[in-house]
Design a protein around this ligand. Structure first.
Ligand SMILES: CC(=O)N[C@@H](C)C(=O)N[C@@H](C)C(=O)N[C@@H](C)C(=O)O
Length: 711
């Protein structure tokens, strides 16, 4: 009897759960319940992985090991308190996991300062932590950031107060710590990019001294202050990104121009030309291995990882450059000569990682056999010394941040589809990837209720082809309200599916919700974005925000759609997307009936602290002309023509766009009697570190758009 009643009860529960999933609309909290993975790393041997996973605000380190790599939660943080986990690494012996807890690493300033989105009375500091891979107590080594474990797995170096500190890892006895970290170096300027020598306890780093920077290295002496800093080919330059040769005898680094000299005309875009230097460390000299061409595309790549300089073997260096019009991987002999293009083709390479045997590079990019792959990411693989690129993944999903694991054809990568949120996948050989994190998704996540965005293209006001993705619930209705979503960055690309960044997965979730609610949503990949080549990201004509033409064209495209009500078209966007939302409402209130501007830029002069009118010898030759153009590219100049209602949202611990940018615009609009609503998120930053805040912001955005465009 008991058995049948249990069976009956579980059947009832099952039916009610399924009926709930299929009958009920999903909420923003439901579609925001994806378990977001990032910061994935592997051990030296490729037999272990560690990564951060954010489960509705609970951010934890998860680890897995061969052969199953089944993930296990290592830390036990369960509060939605916005303490991000970054700089994860596994010691060379696989024994320790080290990471940074806290900070705001997406910021443009104060990235290592405490973030306190829960408004705790005393904010937690940014801390360097260690735990045994096998599990056990969490050890907070020190306040600090950017930890790196020495090649022998014995010592951790980290940055505290812009200086390098060190401490032995294995100094824990029970719960007692036997060694207090010590400051390794005290030097003028700001130290960053700590790099341990592969063979002995030597540490290289960049020292930024304002308008110039040096590369230095020092020994981890036995006694305090027993060693000196050895400078690597110091000169009147900006030197950075030191990379040791595998035998520890050489250092390669990136060199760009120091800041200074007569201020150039602001009408010309000046490329940040760069070179690859190599030093044998015996003398204070370096040799130029490669110099970027003196062209606009010869600029240091403004894409992920910039030059991505790697030193896979004694004979070879690899790097990324944009100079052929696309971000590609190159290799060059340490003896100099011609660089070899390893990934030829009209596509971008984005996130790279060197295989455990240092013989190949895994990367992701918008390549593939399907023209729609232009708006996706797939994994590719190429040898470090020959252009033999192969596709590791393909299809209608997105895959990124692949790592090679023990076993020649085993990979871990992050991936998504239009419906499946970002997950961790394990792939063996030609088998399809299997998810390691599907089990972390709650049943309320509405995977089956999500639409598949369709790719569209249209001409901008100057004829440039612009791509976008349309979200529509396919209800067949006409006269529907519509919204243009405008991403930020601006060097970003929205994809046909869930995005690899948490900020844009957040946006993807809202676009799916808005489609469910009956909006036609067009996510526009406007110029200045990545994925469509150099001249798209850096248009020759860049004055007075031509990217706004693409946003306006997106609105006009929607207005022509048979199922859209042209009088009910709105805008929403964050940051640079907030800026373009404000430009749309200010310049074209007749096209855009309402909008939500989240932490947007509204006064470029204020944002960039551009000192156009400094002392005479620092003044640009065309400063007045430039100021006029900057003013025309700023929404504060369009308050007189702004008539559409707007909702402003801004976190007051924003470290990308000052909170003042919104105060200033609101005060100007008040005078013009523009209908405004506003929401302040106290103590949160540009990336809504507290999960509940991101839900509050998205709910307010959806509510405002429904009130303005659906009634
Ligand atoms: C210096 C600078 O502008 N850095 C950018 C990364 C930045 O902060 N851009 C914001 C205006 C922005 O759009 N931020 C988010 C949304 C992003 O995508 O970077």
């Amino acid at each position: 009897m008991r058995y049948s009643s249990k069976l009956f009860l579980s059947l009832i529960i099952l039916i009610s759960t399924f009926s709930k999933i299929y009958s009920q609309k999903f909420t923003i909290a439901d579609v925001k319940s994806y378990a977001f993975p990032n910061e994935m790393v592997t051990s030296l041997q490729g037999d272990k992985i560690a990564l951060a996973i954010n489960e509705e605000g609970s951010r934890n380190v998860y680890v897995g090991e061969a052969p199953s790599f089944k993930l296990r939660k290592l830390t036990n943080f369960d509060a939605d308190n916005g303490q991000e986990i970054t700089s994860i690494s596994i010691s060379s012996d696989g024994k320790w996991v080290v990471f940074t807890l806290g900070g705001e690493h997406g910021g443009n300033w104060d990235v290592s300062k405490a973030s306190n989105p829960s408004s705790s009375q005393i904010p937690s500091k940014v801390r360097v932590c260690q735990m045994l891979f096998a599990g056990g107590p969490l050890r907070v080594i020190s306040e600090g950031d950017f930890p790196k474990i020495s090649s022998d797995g014995e010592v951790i170096a980290f940055i505290k107060d812009d200086q390098p500190w060190v401490c032995h890892l294995d100094t824990v006895k029970g719960d007692d710590f036997l060694e207090i970290p010590r400051q390794l170096v005290s030097t003028r300027g700001k130290v960053s990019d700590l790099q341990w020598s592969p063979v002995k306890n030597q540490l290289a780093f960049t020292v930024n001294r304002g308008t110039y920077s040096f590369v230095g290295h020092t020994n981890l002496g036995k006694e305090l202050d027993s060693e000196i800093i050895n400078w690597v080919a110091p000169g009147f330059y900006k030197d950075s990104s030191p990379r040791w040769s595998p035998d520890g005898s050489q250092i390669a680094f990136i060199r760009t121009a120091a800041s200074g000299g007569a201020v150039d005309s602001l009408s010309q875009r000046k490329p940040n030309l760069w070179s690859i230097q190599i030093s044998n460390l015996k003398d204070k000299l370096s040799t130029t291995l490669w110099s970027s061409p003196n062209t606009q595309a010869g600029t240091l790549p403004p894409t992920d990882g910039h030059a991505n300089l790697m030193f896979p073997n004694k004979q070879l260096l690899t790097f990324t450059s944009y100079h052929d019009g696309w971000p590609h991987i190159y290799s060059i002999s340490t003896k100099g000569g011609q660089a070899t293009l390893l990934t030829p083709g009209n596509f971008m390479v984005e996130h790279l990682s060197l295989s455990a045997d240092a013989k190949s590079i895994l990367f992701d990019g918008n390549f593939g056999n399907d023209p729609l792959d232009y708006h996706r990411r797939h994994i590719g693989k190429v040898s470090v010394d020959k252009a033999n690129m192969s596709f590791v993944t393909s299809g209608a999903g997105n895959e990124w941040s692949a790592k090679s694991l023990a076993g020649s054809d085993t990979y871990a990568y992050l991936g998504s589809t239009a419906q499946k949120g970002p997950q961790v996948y394990l792939k063996n050989g030609n088998q399809a990837g299997s998810s390691l994190t599907a089990n972390l998704y709650p049943t309320k996540f509405p995977e089956k209720a999500l639409v598949t965005p369709t790719s569209v293209e249209f001409k901008s006001l100057d004829g440039l082809t612009i791509y976008g993705q349309v979200f529509d619930n396919g209800d067949g209705k006409t006269n529907k309200p519509a919204v243009v979503f405008v991403h930020g960055g601006p060097s970003r690309q929205m994809l046909l599916g869930w995005h690899y960044s948490d900020y844009y997965s957040n946006a993807y979730a809202l676009n799916q919700y808005l489609a469910q609610e009956g909006f036609v949503v067009l996510s526009v990949n406007y110029r200045l974005g990545i994925g469509y080549g150099f001249s798209f990201q850096h248009p020759a004509n860049f004055l007075v925000a031509p990217e706004y033409w693409d946003v306006k064209a997106a609105g006009e495209w929607l207005a022509k759609q048979p199922n859209v009500n042209p009088k009910k078209i709105g805008l929403w966007g964050g940051s640079y997307g907030g800026y373009l939302t404000a430009m749309g409402l200010g310049k074209d209130s007749k096209l855009f009936a309402a909008g939500v501007d989240i932490h947007g830029v509204h006064d470029w002069l204020g944002y960039s602290q551009m000192q156009l009118f400094g002392d005479e010898n620092k003044k640009a030759p065309d400063a007045e002309w430039a100021a006029n153009l900057i003013s025309k590219a700023s929404p504060i100049s369009y308050t007189s023509s702004w008539t559409s209602p707007v909702l402003f949202i801004h976190g007051d611990d924003d470290r990308n766009v000052n909170f003042q940018q919104t105060i200033d615009l609101m005060k100007r609009l008040e005078k013009k009697k523009v209908k405004m609503e506003s929401m302040v998120i106290v103590d949160d930053n540009h990336h809504w570190a507290k999960h509940q805040n991101s839900i509050t912001v998205l709910e307010a955005t959806a509510e405002f758009l429904k009130n303005q465009l659906m009634k």
